[in-house]
Design a protein around this ligand. Structure first.
Ligand SMILES: [Zn+2]
Length: 118
């Protein structure tokens, strides 16, 4: 189960434009959040028109962190980055826990090179 901040975001989640690898990754993380933290994932942002970053290209998803206890969002971020490699050729992360003006959240992103670390 995944919650969405708005109906528009829910429609974006179901859109064919959404990157398939990102959708799969978000579902795996959502499942882990439920099993490990008993937190239902809430998606707060997906596509942002005119965004020059991944949100403008359907390769970024933001998730709510205020449902977590102290330290858990950071712990989850570290777990995600241990599991997934954004691009083996570059030092960039799949998950970033940050606050860039829209409030504290975990930003998730994928690239065509994103892989599982095995
Ligand atoms: Zn983001």
């Amino acid at each position: 189960m995944i919650n969405f901040k708005t109906k528009v975001i829910e429609a974006q989640w179901n859109s064919d434009y959404l990157n398939t690898k990102l959708r799969l990754l978000v579902m795996v993380i959502g499942m882990y959040m439920l099993l490990h933290y008993k937190v239902v994932m809430t998606i707060t942002s997906i596509f942002r028109e005119g965004d020059k970053g991944v949100h403008g290209y359907w390769r970024g998803v933001d998730i709510r962190v205020h449902d977590f206890k102290s330290g858990e969002a950071e712990e989850l971020t570290n777990w995600i980055n241990k599991m997934f490699d954004y691009d083996p050729k570059r030092i960039l992360s799949v998950a970033v826990h940050h606050d860039v003006g829209q409030g504290d959240h975990i930003h998730l992103q994928v690239h065509p090179n994103t892989t599982f670390r095995i």
